[in-house]
Every structure is written in structure tokens, then in C-alpha cells.
Design a binder for this molecule. Structure first.
Ligand code: HEM
Length: 120
């Protein structure tokens, strides 16, 4: 939890520099800051993920997110006092795995869609 938590903290810092503040070198060249009238979130995102090292950072961070979510959710089930080996615990652990996988894989589709040219 500590390792994946620190990785996620570093990821969030990188992520905000990349897509919110547009700070170099995290952000792509040509980053366009949002104004009260317009947002360039889409083009900034495509520009960022078109750089494969940036996409790799996001994909690695999503693996850390999945592990963190899985462990956190399973721990929450244990903390609720559901009995060891009970059917309820097995079901809740399976749900935790499903949630962690859905969140991580769902997010990973975004850099993959840019890298493969599916969205541009
Ligand atoms: C591949 C996964 C992700 C994608 C594609 C993504 C995309 C984005 C984009 C496009 C923005 C800027 C929105 C804007 O300027 O209007 C943003 C902001 C942000 N994201 Fe993500 N994000 C992802 C994962 C995450 C995760 C896992 C976290 C937290 C653990 C996170 C936390 C944030 C934060 C704190 C902001 C700043 C919000 C703000 O500017 O008000 N993101 N994200």
C-alpha cells in the first residue's frame, strides 16, 4: 500500500503538471491553457498521449492504481469483520478484483486509443 500509494502521489503530481497546469517537461509542446470561455482538455490529452513515454507512465500508474484499489477494497472487506473463508468474503473479494480491473483497464484504454490512432 505504501509503495503504490507513493507511486500514485507522484503520478497525480505529474498528471496535474501534464494536463492541468501545462508545465514543461511533463506537459506536451503546444499545451493550451484553459480559459473561462474555452477548454483544450481533449487536444492536450491527445498531444500528451501521443508521446509514448507519457502513455507508458499513465499505464504503469494505472497498474499501481489497480493494485492499490484491490488491496484497499479487500482490506475494507476484512475490516468490516466478514468471516474468513465465508462465502460473503469470497464474493466481496471478487467484486474488489472486478472493480480494480475495470477502473484500471478502462483508464488504460485512453492512452492505448491515442497510441493506436483510434482517437486523434
Ligand atoms: C488514464 C487515466 C486518466 C486520464 C486519461 C485522465 C485525464 C485527465 C484530464 C484530461 C484532466 C484535465 C481536465 C481539464 O483540464 O479539464 C485531468 C485532471 C485531473 N486528474 Fe485525471 N486522468 C486519469 C487518471 C487520474 C487518476 C487515477 C487520478 C487520481 C488518482 C486523477 C486525478 C486528476 C486530478 C487531481 C486532476 C486535476 C483536476 C483539475 O484540474 O481540476 N486522474 N485528468
Amino acid at each position: 500500500m505504501l509503495v503504490t500509494g507513493v507511486v500514485l502521489l507522484l503520478f497525480v503530481i505529474f498528471h496535474v503538471l501534464d494536463l492541468t497546469t501545462g508545465t514543461s517537461p511533463a506537459a506536451p509542446d503546444g499545451f493550451q491553457a484553459a480559459t473561462h470561455e474555452t477548454s483544450h482538455a481533449y487536444s492536450n490529452l491527445v498531444d500528451s498521449f501521443s508521446r509514448w513515454p507519457a502513455s507508458l507512465i499513465y499505464i504503469a500508474a494505472m497498474v499501481a492504481l489497480a493494485l492499490h484499489l484491490l488491496h484497499g477494497l479487500v482490506s475494507a472487506v476484512y475490516d468490516m469483520g466478514v468471516g474468513v473463508g465465508s462465502k460473503a468474503r469470497n464474493i466481496l473479494s471478487a467484486v474488489a478484483l472486478l472493480v480494480a480491473l475495470l477502473v484500471a483497464l478502462g483508464n488504460i484504454t485512453i492512452p492505448v486509443a491515442v497510441l493506436t490512432g483510434l482517437i486523434s
